[in-house]
Design a protein. Structure first.
Length: 294
């Protein structure tokens, strides 16, 4: 019997002519009951006015489909890096973009925005954590919304912060608005960062709860990994084709301590096709199809 408290979907696009209405239609075509989207291109800060994005039409379809709007997710653009004080202009631009994206997220009726914590660019992890916490303080003081930011756990490539649960906890603790912060746990990232979810999923979840608290877990990104545990690479793979494997990721989606948390697939296209309908169906049912990409 299907568990109605399993919320699973994928990231979806948003483009002309239907914009948000098209995003909702795409998600529904995959059998999703949650989804994640960008409010514009993820690589830049250019944004169309909300009035042009067919938001009300999209929200009407969401309601008709019986989707819980509180389970929907926005992802902030990649250009934000508020973990580095060294370039004042870029730091200020990142803060302004965070504020703008929080307001845009609220404009879609969405309450959670995922944010990459950023790179300290050689300044050291402690400096990066402090920079991000201060940036979030500034953003939350003036954005005028109730949108929560889910700090994404990272794989540890380059000078990223947010690699360990302790680093994420430190970001939350140093922010003046901890009630506005939560976490996005990415299965590929935490494995690449060195957490052995393959052999000790329960232990990793228990550690997350002890260090951060499961009440702070707002989103899970469900991705297989092209690399083994501890590789620090961050290369997503389709479900069942990577080192994590289908059985583990099914256990993540159905883990009793994670029920009710939105599960979002960010796995790659194959042969220019979206994999999400097949992956969602397999992760719901527990029935893996060998060589399903063929």
């Amino acid at each position: 019997m299907e568990n109605k408290d399993i919320y699973i979907g994928s990231h979806v696009g948003m483009g002309a002519p239907e914009f948000y209405l098209g995003s909702v239609k795409e998600a529904l075509s995959y059998g999703s009951n949650t989804f994640m989207f960008y409010t514009g291109a993820p690589q830049n800060s250019f944004r169309k006015p909300l009035s042009e994005l067919k938001i009300q039409e999209g929200r009407k379809l969401i309601k008709e489909a019986g989707i819980d709007e509180s389970k929907l997710i926005v992802h902030a653009p990649y250009i934000i890096n508020a973990a580095n004080f060294s370039r004042e202009d870029l730091y200020e631009m990142s803060i302004n973009t965070i504020v703008s994206e929080l307001r845009r997220t609220a404009g879609f009726g969405v309450g959670i925005m995922v944010l990459h914590p950023g790179s300290h660019v050689g300044m050291g992890a402690e400096s990066g954590i402090l920079a991000l916490a201060k940036a979030l303080d500034t953003a939350f003081a003036c954005d005028g919304t109730n949108v929560k930011i889910a700090i994404e756990t990272m794989a540890g490539k380059g000078h990223e912060i947010g690699i360990t649960f302790e680093q994420v906890r430190s970001i939350i603790d140093q922010c003046k608005y901890p009630e506005r912060l939560g976490v996005c746990l990415d299965t590929c990232h935490i494995s690449d960062a060195g957490y052995d979810i393959i052999n000790d999923l329960d232990g990793v979840i228990e550690k997350f709860d002890k260090v951060i608290g499961l009440d702070k877990l707002l989103v899970v990104h469900v991705n297989d990994s092209k690399n083994p545990t501890g590789a620090h690479k961050d290369r997503h793979e389709n479900i069942g084709y990577g080192y994590l494997g289908f059985d583990l990721l099914y256990r993540v989606v159905h883990h009793p301590k994670l029920i009710g948390i939105p599960m979002i697939l960010e796995t790659p296209y194959y042969n220019e096709k979206a994999p999400y309908k097949q992956e969602i169906e397999m992760l719901r049912s527990g029935k893996y199809v060998d060589n399903w990409r063929n």
